[in-house]
Structures are given as C-alpha cells and as structure tokens.
Design a protein around this ligand. Structure first.
Ligand code: AHR
Length: 534
C-alpha cells in the first residue's frame, strides 16, 4: 500500500498534480484508518471490546500537563515565592498544588512555554534571585518577568511532583549554542563548563531531563517560519542537543497547527529520523478566534460548536498519523499533542492577556472525548499536554490567593488515570448521534484498557446535551465484580467556585448492570463514567 502511493507520487511531476495525488492518498489512508478505529453511526449504542488484541500500551505521558509563564499559571499558581507566609509552600511552590497534582499522577510537565519559550533565555533564570535580570513578557500582557522562577525552581518542583520535566527550548530568538548549553547544564554529569556552573548554583547531580521541545509553533509565534525552513533549523538545533554518552534526549519538533498536513509531511520527509523522536500537534477547541464565546454563560449553539472542534481531534490524529505512517511505518516517532483544550473569552474583569477562564461540564466533555481519542490512538500518540495546568485556559486547578479549587477537567483526568501504562483494548463503537439543528456528532465515545493487576477499565462519555443514552457493551469475557464512578451535574454550565468547590465531583455510579459477558450502562446527558471490572 505504502510503496504503491510512493510510486504514484514519483510518477507525477507537476506540483498541482502532485498535490492532488497526495490528497487522494491521504483520503485512502483516512478510510483505512477510520475502519481500524471502527466508530459507526447507529440507532442503538453498542461497544465491543476486542480483548484478543491488547498489544499496545497506553503511554502515561498522554496525561501530561503544560505550565507557561502566562498570566497566573506560574506566579500565583505554582509558585508564590519563598518568603510567602500566607500560603504554605516548599521553596516557594504551593503545597496544596503539589498534593493535588500528585493525586492526579501527572506524568510530565511542559515548561516554560508556549509562545513564551521562544523569548526565554534560560541563563537569566539561574543564580541568586536578587541578581537575575528582568525581561518583558511580550506575548502575555507585556508584564515584567523577574525570572524568580527559573531552571532550578522548575526542575526541583518536578522532583517534588514526581513528574518528568519537558523543557521547551528557545529556537525563535535563541541560538543553537544557548540550547546546547541548556542541555549540558541540566544533563551533563562529568566536568564541563556548564556542569561546573550548575554545581556553583547549588546542584551537584544532573536532573537527566529526557523530553525537549525544539521551539514552539514555529509557523507562528515561534518565528513565522515555513515548514521547509523550520525542518532545516530543527536539524541544526537537534544536532547539538547532546548530553552524556549513552543517554539520548527525546527531541520533539514544533508541529502542525490543526490540519496543516503539509507541516507534518515536510518534517517527516526532510528531517533525519535519528534526530526526531516526536512531532507535535496543537489543536484547541475554539469556536471562532474572533468570537470565542463565554466560558460559563454559553448556549447550546456554543456547546455544539465547541464539541465539533473537540471531536475534530479524532480526525486530526488519524490524518497526521497516516502521513507519519508513510515515512515511519514502524511508528518509532511519536505524535505529541502538546497543546489541547477549550479556549473561550476570559472571565469578565480579568486581564485579557492572562487567559483565565472558568471550567464547566462542557470542559469535562472535551477532556473525556479527547482522552478517549488519545487512548484509542496510543500506538502513535504517546504524549500530550493539556493547556494549561493552573489558572490558564482549560485548567485543572484554579487559585485565588490562598484558595484553590479542582475543576471538572481535573476530575475527568483523575478518573482516567487508571489507563496510564495499561494495555489498550481496541473497541468497535456503534453510537447514536447527538443531533442539533440538523447537524450530527457521535453521542458516545469510549476507550478501554487492562492494567498490570488484570483489571479492565472502560471510560465512556455521553456528550448529548439533552438525552440520556443506554449502551450495550460486549465484554468478550466474564467478570465477577463491577464498580464505577460518574461525573455529571444538573446543568452543562455548572462549575466549581471558591465558595462551593465540591459542586461537581465524581460520585459512585449505579447505572451499570452485568449479565454474563454483557453489560448495560445508562448514562445521563453530558456525563463521564469510568468503570472497573474484575
Ligand atoms: O497556550 C497558550 C498559547 O497557545 C501558547 O503559548 C501557544 O503555543 C499557543 O498558541
């Protein structure tokens, strides 16, 4: 199949014709991938677990997070300063945040951006805090960044959280030397100018950082580059990102925005694969960049439009993966969705550049569907990062001075963490449609896995704003015990507040019944359910 497509492409010389041919090939792969994904419209919901084909592991890194120097994500969110006596902290990092994120089992954390990353000079953020220079955060409100939270602060915080750091290096306004020095500074154990500098700054052993982003959104805020130009720049930077012998960094190329398939194709074709471990993809569930709609007082029009964007993630993964398959049929290179989530207007009265928004049951729907897609495509999607962890966009945590709340998105991610590092169980999903003003979206999404203790977990989402759904599950095996939790609320627009932080929390689910190797589940409208079978 792959060689046939290559031959066709080689035979066609003219650019227009070649583009047409690429489109045809892509559609062919799309049809094949859709069939593999096996989601079909139906008049009744039915999910079949293909328990005999559980060969792929769901990489825990799919459940990663993102922390940018943006608004109150770092300052006020993660970090309140060493001298803070009002908010309990460890070296300036909030203890309540550490506790909450540990419970979430966050596997990795991306930092310092985002757009900010391509303006960030890491050497400004090391050494005594009193002598660190300030800079202006040009992307996010032109506020003064005093560099009080830098490399040591971030990497030590990751140790506290028990999470893998993912450093996003400055390509847009930096140099290969600066990035090469950063790798040496954090990862080199033997004697070198950079390891000596690190030791002078109080850290003897290296942090052994595995994940490195080589620039961010190089097509936009990261330098407005073409795909071809960036592929060359990427290769140049990646060549010099070397650390200790026998330890290889996992380098991730700045990837496509949404359906820019040419970007992915160019990277896969032009960059030597030994330099490339991951290709990124960014996709936000935004209705319209010029009219994003409110985060809480939204209508069903807004909701349906948001969910259309959220569902689009499935097609994006299928299409980008098909291109990657052409150049990397063994799937050695990961698709890394290192920015995803809902994006609305900021909360009234807050700084427009700080991207602070509330988080409702709509966000729980986005999270549930998206994580199902990631689980189902975990042969290629091996890392992802929700944007962003605290106080920015689809956050899992919101803070207000000493107060903290967990959002519905937090609860979905916590319910789903049972899938981390478990074996994926492929599914056939037949779903009825959520119909709104003549348009359709699949009402049900699902994913399933078996963990190392032999427990099967199934996560189900019903995005239908109005209708409950009954689902028949063909389990392919007999189980003796069944337990489950549900996240739902009276209204789609409901959210947790600092006054009522537990309005939306997972509760025990009693809507499933087991009979032999068949289970029936009754889900209310806009709900997420995770079931455990033993
Ligand atoms: O997450 C907010 C911003 O969205 C990031 O800085 C950028 O990469 C993207 O455009």
């Amino acid at each position: 199949m792959v060689s046939l497509s290559l031959v066709i492409t080689l035979l066609i010389k003219k650019t227009v014709m070649r583009r047409l041919a690429c489109l045809c090939i892509l559609s062919f792969f799309l049809i094949v991938s859709c069939k593999q994904n096996a989601v079909t419209e139906a008049t009744a919901n039915e999910v079949t677990l293909k328990t005999d084909t559980t060969s792929v592991t769901i990489n825990r890194d799919i459940y990663g997070h993102f922390a940018e120097h943006l608004g109150r994500c770092i300052y006020g969110g993660f970090y309140v300063g060493e001298g803070n006596t009002k908010i309990p902290n460890t070296n300036g990092v909030r203890n309540d945040v550490v506790d909450a994120l540990k419970k979430l089992k966050i596997p990795n954390l991306r930092w310092p951006g985002g757009c900010f990353a391509d303006t960030y000079h890491w050497k400004d953020g090391i050494g005594p805090k009193s002598s660190r220079p300030s800079m202006v955060n040009v992307w996010w409100g032109n506020v003064t960044e005093d560099n009080s939270f830098g490399t040591h602060d971030f990497l030590n915080m990751c140790e506290l959280l028990g999470t893998e750091p993912y450093l996003s290096a400055n390509v847009g306004s930096g140099t290969p030397q600066e990035v090469s020095d950063w790798v040496q500074y954090v990862n080199f154990d033997a004697k070198s100018p950079m390891s000596q500098l690190r030791k002078q700054n109080g850290r003897d052993t290296s942090w052994k950082v595995k994940y490195w982003g080589v620039g961010n959104e190089a097509w936009g805020c990261g330098g407005n580059m073409t795909a071809e130009y960036y592929a060359n720049i990427y290769s140049q930077y990646a060549t010099f990102m070397t650390d200790a012998p026998n330890r290889t960094t996992f380098k991730i190329a700045s990837g496509a925005s949404d359906d820019d398939y040419h970007w992915t194709e160019t990277l896969m074709k032009n960059v030597k694969h030994k330099l490339l471990q991951g290709v990124a993809l960014h996709h936000y569930s935004v209705i319209n960049w010029d009219a994003k709609g409110p985060s809480t007082e939204f209508t069903e029009d807004h909701y349906f439009a948001t969910m259309k964007q959220a569902c689009f993630m499935d097609s994006l993964i299928i299409n980008h993966s098909a291109i990657m398959d052409k150049y990397d049929p063994e799937k050695k290179i990961a698709l890394v969705v290192d920015e995803w989530g809902g994006w609305y207007e900021v909360e009234p009265g807050t700084n427009g550049a700080f991207l602070y928004q509330q988080n409702t049951m709509r966000d729980a729907m986005i999270a549930g569907c998206t994580l199902n897609y990631f689980n189902n495509h975990s042969d290629r999607v091996r890392m992802a990062n929700l944007a962003q962890a605290i106080n920015v966009l689809q956050a899992v945590i919101l803070t207000d001075e000493e107060k903290l709340l967990l959002t519905p998105t937090y609860h979905v991610m916590e319910m789903y963490n049972v899938h981390q590092d478990a074996k994926r169980i492929p599914l056939d999903v037949k779903t009825v449609n959520y119909v709104y003003k003549g348009e359709n979206l699949p009402a049900i999404t699902a994913s399933a896995s078996k963990d190392s203790l032999g427990r099967t977990h199934i996560s189900l989402v019903n995005i239908d704003a109005n209708n409950a759904q009954e689902i028949t599950l063909n389990l392919g095996a007999n189980y003796s015990s069944l337990a489950g939790r549900i996240l739902t609320s009276a209204k789609l627009q409901d959210y947790n507040t600092f006054e009522n932080p537990a309005k939306i929390v997972p509760t025990a689910f009693n809507g499933a019944s087991l009979k032999g190797n068949t289970m029936t589940v009754k889900m209310p409208p806009f709900s997420v359910v995770v079931l455990e079978l033993k």
